[in-house]
Write a protein that binds this ligand. Sequence first.
Ligand SMILES: Nc1cc(CSc2ncc[nH]2)c2nc(N)[nH]c(=O)c2c1
Ligand SMILES: [Zn+2]
Length: 378
Amino acid sequence: TCAFAGQKKVLAAYEEAVKCGYSGARAGRLHTPHGVFDTPMFMPVGTQATVKAVSPRELKEMGAQIILSNTYHLYLRPGTELVAEAGGLHRFMDWDGGILTDSGGFQVFSLGPLRKITEEGAAFRSHIDGSTQFLSPEIAIKAQMNLGADIIMAFDECIPYPAEYQYAKLSTERTTRWAERSQKAHTRSGQALFAIVQGGMYQDLRRVSANDLVSLDFPGYGIGGLSVGEPKPVMYEMLEQTVPLLPENKPRYLMGVGTPDCLVEAVRYGIDMFDCVFPTRVARNGTAMTKSGRLVVKNAAYAKDFLPIDENCGCYACQNFSRAYIRHLLKADEIFGLRLTTIHNLYFLLDFTKKMRQAILEDRFLSFREEFLAQYCK
Ligand SMILES: Nc1cc(CSc2ncc[nH]2)c2nc(N)[nH]c(=O)c2c1
Ligand SMILES: [Zn+2]
């Protein structure tokens, strides 16, 4: 924590991590204005100021610590000034845990019909009403200060995959200049601004991006531009190149990841924080996550299966309902069905990261990883 004593604007301090000698895995504690949180951690995604189909009370009950929201979406609707007038995002959505907002860069490129990226920022058309919009580091930071999240992200470009070396190089250099502009625009104390490492799938660009951002001295670092369709071994190789260059006493957040096998590998490289829409998204089409892989509870095979999704799971769905009942609800398009599969999938990932933390603290992470990967079929 003392590492952050000198940081005037930072509250996302990072207690001395408990390191496992044989891997980069570490168990840490993240200090924010809304509490101290355990890592490794999974962060449920609440894109439009709600984690779809579950309430803040249920999120708290299942052990969620920090949730994500999207600047891009809230900027377009209902507007970040409105959220500020409502008392900020925590008040607006009645969530008193931690909140992290993404800066909008990724969503502009992945959602809105993109118009144009220049040194100044990104012009795009709103996916809601087609209106012409523009985001820059200054606008994205102002919007995030309005929302009042505990951790906010620098405005970056998530380089598409695949990308030519030259494009990746120029984009990464611009993202570093945007990070500096984000830093200058960030004037809200009690809020931590994380930079985002880019570099495409090029080892040298990843190292340059990490070193440049570390020298700008941020309280934490996102690793972006991954989980964008690249083969998993390539993602792991980029982690191997990047993570060791990031300060040990600062949190590392692997953006948009992911499935349990990716989480256990990324923790091994020293990642602390994860987010992914996957668990909530696949839940809504009837797929449950288990330690042996995915279970499509909507399948006819489960019509008369009166066991829970996972009899060792402590979630509300598995403690009280059968696969047959949940399948019935999903087939009948009952909203409660989506709620139960979402509750299970979120609980599964939150519990999985808690189990990894315990394994690290007990110095048995690598055997935990071996056992898990042996049982989990991707
Ligand atoms: N894979 C991936 C995912 C996300 C979205 S993380 C998220 N936002 C909201 C929910 N989840 C990314 N976001 C940014 N800003 N940059 C990236 O490179 C990037 C890469
Ligand atoms: Zn469950």
